[in-house]
Design a protein around this ligand. Structure first.
Ligand SMILES: Nc1nc2c(c(=O)[nH]1)N[C@H]1C(S)=C(S)[C@@H](COP(=O)(O)OP(=O)(O)OC[C@H]3O[C@@H](n4cnc5c(N)ncnc54)[C@H](O)[C@@H]3O)O[C@H]1N2
Ligand code: MOO
Length: 429
């Protein structure tokens, strides 16, 4: 269940739990799960476009600065004050009025109210960051002046230079200036800037909350594969990656291949996005389609012309929340994250799409005749090349674990060595 503990019930049809097929708009699957005729898979670029449009940006919330990290700005960050807010000294030394020599009449430390105005020929000892007394025309650095018996002389002939080592009020910004645009990621630097500019709280688009449901009777949470069972690889892989992509993920719920428990988990979740793994195909215990049908969801993407990962799907629950079904084969699930989950998370979280990376293939890669291929590659940033890696089968993670990116190989022919292709950088850390 989501963090708030609130359960959102999905709409039900009286007299039965299965919605009419018209509610399962894009699907042509029969209610039992097996497919009579395969619906046309969307092309990979089209599926990504649909995913981008499937998530409505979450409403902004006010957060104290220390809880705003990792969100994005809901609106522009406008300065609440001039910065600096008052004229200050940039150096330790003396603030002076007019040309020397000067009589030292007091002291100005950071954090004190401004010293009374200086007359021509007067000076105060001043600390870096202290408010400049009115009338001061320059600052003489400690190492450029010589003070005896309250008489100050510059030890460098060119001094004083008017304005030297003074940080004038408003040098960095004026109150009301836009410091950052809406959608900027809230980094530690942004927190510092916001505090300097007078903010105690920020209005941010929150991280979308993801409910992650890992399906499969065969999955083990620990130990060696045994008795036909395998270790769950996606439970450890997905949460930290989805967090990196801007999501809030409380944890993973592992469910058996049981339609009722999947329905209850989906029905009881108040997450902004539900992601399942496994059960997308048409095997005897693949329940994602029938359960979606029972919830009254609308399928937006039902299969994508991409290898691996072609059974991935994207649906919209009756209340509009998105649902992504990732295939169970681990590299196919990774392909589904890149194709569907990442764009949906960006849309929900108000994050801009990163600029597309490109690199030249260091070796030829056979393309699929009709589908896009996503192939793990090691990037050489200096040479701007991408080396295709072995062990890239849909059930394998060995290539991925050594990869920096997935190269996008468009359908048809062979992508020859030297061909420049799009690369989706795997920003793990
Ligand atoms: N008759 C057909 N069979 C299959 C097709 C097809 O088109 N026609 N597509 C194949 C492709 S491609 C994929 S991908 C898989 C997708 O299947 P599901 O999404 O239903 O996934 P499962 O059947 O539950 O599992 C598939 C495979 O992956 C292993 N798995 C599942 N979850 C995990 C996990 N968390 N960690 C590690 N491994 C996992 C599972 O044990 C299976 O070996 O369907 C093909 N079949
Ligand atoms: O999606 Mo499957 O082969 O492409 O693992």
């Amino acid at each position: 269940m989501g963090r708030g503990g609130h359960r959102r019930r999905l709409g039900r049809v009286r007299g039965g739990n299965v919605r009419p097929m018209t509610d399962f708009a894009a699907s042509s699957r029969p209610a039992t799960g097996a497919r009579k005729t395969a619906p046309a898979a969307l092309s990979w670029p089209e599926a990504r476009r649909v995913a981008t449009g499937a998530g409505r940006r979450l409403a902004g919330v006010r957060r104290p600065l220390d809880e705003a990290l990792g969100g994005v700005l809901d609106g522009p960050l406008e300065a609440l004050t001039d910065l600096p807010a008052f004229d200050t000294s940039a150096m330790d030394g003396w603030a002076v009025a007019g040309t020397g020599p000067w009589r030292v009449v007091g002291e100005a430390l950071a954090g004190q109210r401004p010293h009374p105005a200086l007359l021509d020929g007067q000076a105060v000892r001043i600390a870096t960051g202290a408010a400049l007394p009115p009338g001061a025309t320059a600052v003489i650095r400690r190492e450029h002046g010589c003070a005896t018996d309250d008489q100050l002389r510059a030890s460098v002939p060119e001094l004083p230079v008017p304005g030297q080592d003074i940080r004038p009020r408003g040098q960095e910004c004026r109150a009301g200036d836009q410091l950052l645009p809406p959608g900027a990621a809230v980094t530690p630097a942004v927190l510092g800037l916001a505090a300097a500019a007078g903010y105690d709280e920020l209005r941010v688009v929150p991280r979308p909350r993801v409910e992650l449901l890992v399906l499969g009777d065969e999955l083990l949470g620990c130990g060696l594969p045994r008795d036909g069972r395998v270790r769950d690889a996606l439970g450890p892989l997905l949460p930290p990656w989805l967090r990196r992509l801007g999501a809030a993920v409380d944890g993973v719920r592992r469910l058996g291949d049981d339609a009722e428990s999947l329905f209850r988990a989906v029905d009881g979740s108040d997450a902004d996005l539900i992601v399942t793994t496994g059960g997308t195909a048409s095997g005897p215990v693949d329940f994602v389609h029938p359960v979606l049908r029972r919830t009254g969801a609308r399928l937006l993407v039902d299969g994508v012309a991409v290898r691996p990962g072609h059974p991935m799907l994207l649906a919209q629950l009756p209340d509009g929340r998105p649902f992504v079904g990732l295939p169970g084969n681990p590299l196919a699930a990774v392909s589904g994250v890149l194709t569907l989950v990442a764009p949906v998370l960006r849309a929900l979280g108000g994050r801009p799409e990163p600029a597309a990376g490109r690199a030249a293939l260091a070796d030829g890669v056979p393309a699929h005749p009709t589908d896009t291929r996503l192939v793990p590659v090691a990037l050489d940033d200096r040479a701007r090349t991408a080396e295709p890696l072995r062990f890239h089968g849909p059930a394998m993670l060995r290539g991925l674990a050594a990869a920096d990116a997935m190269a996008v190989i468009p359908p048809g022919g062979t992508a020859e060595r030297g061909t420049e292709v799009e690369v989706l950088v795997l920003d793990w850390e």
